[in-house]
Design a protein around this ligand. Structure first.
Ligand code: SF4
Length: 472
């Protein structure tokens, strides 16, 4: 019986089996940011420890950075203090820092791949749940908590249980207007938000093979929302083409040797999986969440589900979701009112996400509805720069969007970009939990960037395919 990529990479990085039964795993790459690192650095200082492998540790600032202006000092004193703490820590420990003043800053899961740090066969961790993003390259990548950030800083290792692997196969051509975001929302809808608990998701099939790296990152990013601790795609030519020439990717002869290694860690054709599930791309429609978990979603043309249609154990949560969202079973998803539209985040804040929207809107004379605040927030300063070189900032601004600086922004609203009161947001981010976007009663509808743009123009949930003539 052959092995999956997960098993091969896990075994190659196992340092020891611990008395607890857990494994001690060497981390090839540790990405840090301003929110989950200060306490970890303080704990290190208290114990008189230094960072074990500063050359395998990379830092950026993303969660708290304002997107209206990055001028220092920030208006928010706490945010300023957090950034100052990060700056001191990276300096003290000689850690490479992607600084805003050098135009290198961005969301941790955008800048890592952009710089070529994320490579196949690696173990990667970061104090952010959506570290699963990096699995798009055939890495196994885990979100970790603050005490684990401390452990990795001090030892470059992480103790963890071994996961089983579920192969999620999606085959066929996606229909026009259906995106990678719809694919992962559909997978989570079908397998449930706890379906992946104890598993790594290996995404495969012709739909995934045809995806760009940006699209694969969107899919892997939300693995954690389906309960999977990590998700990955086996590396292929698309992966290698993306990596070639990037700052931290191997160069020259070393690149060819690296490709040989990367090929060797791919899942074997007879690999042993926990199970294999199959989906057809043709069955996937643009998806929108209506509830308070990413699994509570419907296809755009569907009506909201009857709580009685769910297993009895789930019904209380469904009723609670309806109460919080102030929605009614049986109502159409199409036409639900929105107040805010947000295109950005580590799920959908890359160049191709904005390109899809620009291509859809540039031939049209559309303007954001007068009651909607619409934000376009690039995932990194590099993405922002590339957008400006293409004059997409002008396209968005003309259409009524606010074109912002790079950061996490309204994904988690740890900066000034927050919903107010019980506003409803059409969002390209990854979580729709209660209060996720900054207001304790704010409501989030997750969807693709194309669908967010359509909602921004209509002032309500709309079918992007119809509005942008995408021929379905
Ligand atoms: S965009 Fe959201 S999920 Fe991604 S790193 Fe920032 S806060 Fe976390």
């Amino acid at each position: 019986m052959g092995k999956s990529l997960f098993d091969k990479v896990f075994e190659k990085h196992t340092v020891a089996r611990l008395p607890s039964g857990q494994y001690q795993l060497l981390m090839g790459l540790h990405l840090i940011h301003e929110v989950t690192s200060p306490q970890a650095f303080s704990m290190l200082k208290e114990r008189g420890l230094s960072v074990a492998y500063p050359n395998r540790t990379f830092a950026t600032v993303d969660h708290i950075i304002p997107t209206s202006s990055q001028l220092r000092p920030f208006g928010d004193t706490l945010a300023e203090q957090m950034l100052v703490a990060l700056e001191k820590n990276v300096q003290r420990h000689n850690i490479r820092y992607f600084a805003p003043e050098r135009g290198e800053q961005g969301i941790v899961h955008v800048v890592g791949p952009e710089a070529g740090l994320t490579q196949p066969g690696m173990t990667i961790c970061c104090g952010d749940s959506h570290t699963s993003t990096h699995g798009a390259f055939g890495a196994i990548a885990f979100g970790i908590g603050t005490s684990q950030v401390r452990d990795v800083l001090a030892t470059q290792t992480l103790s963890m249980n071994k996961l089983t692997v579920r192969r999620v196969v999606i085959d066929g051509q996606l229909r026009p207007g259906v995106t990678a975001k719809d694919v992962i929302l559909y997978v989570i809808h079908r397998l449930g938000v706890n379906g992946g608990v104890g598993h790594a998701y290996e995404y495969a099939g012709s739909t995934i093979e045809q995806m760009s790296m940006d699209e694969r990152m969107t899919v892997c990013n939300m693995s954690i929302e389906g309960g999977a601790r990590c998700g990955y795609v086996n590396p292929d030519q698309t992966t290698y083409d993306y990596l070639r020439g990037r700052q931290y990717a191997p160069a020259g002869e070393a690149f060819s040797r690296a490709v040989e290694y990367w090929e060797s860690i791919k899942s074997d054709p007879d690999a042993d999986y926990f199970d294999v599930v199959h989906f057809q791309a043709a069955d996937i429609e643009p998806m929108v969440t209506w509830g308070i978990t990413p699994g509570q979603s419907v296809a755009i043309g569907d009506r909201l589900p009857d709580p009685e249609a769910f297993p009895e154990a789930d019904r209380e949560g469904i009723v609670e979701a309806y109460r919080y969202m102030d929605l009614k079973p049986g109502a159409p998803m199409l036409g639900q009112h929105i107040d805010v539209a947000f295109i950005g985040s580590c799920t959908n804040g890359r160049l191709s996400d904005f390109e899809a929207v620009v291509r859809a809107i540039e031939s049209k004379d559309l303007h954001v509805a007068s009651h909607v605040q619409a934000l376009v927030v690039p995932g990194s300063q590099l993405v922002r720069q590339q957008m400006m070189e293409r004059r997409w900032d002008e396209v968005f601004t003309r259409a009524g969007f606010e074109f912002r600086e790079a950061g996490c922004s309204m994904c988690l609203a740890m900066n000034p970009d927050k919903l107010q009161g019980n506003q409803v947001s059409a969002s390209s981010s990854n979580r729709n939990f209660k209060g996720r976007q900054g207001s304790p009663s704010g409501r989030t509808l997750l969807m693709s960037p194309l669908m967010v743009a359509a909602a921004a123009f209509e002032g309500k949930v709309a079918d992007a395919r119809r509005l942008f003539d995408l021929n379905h």
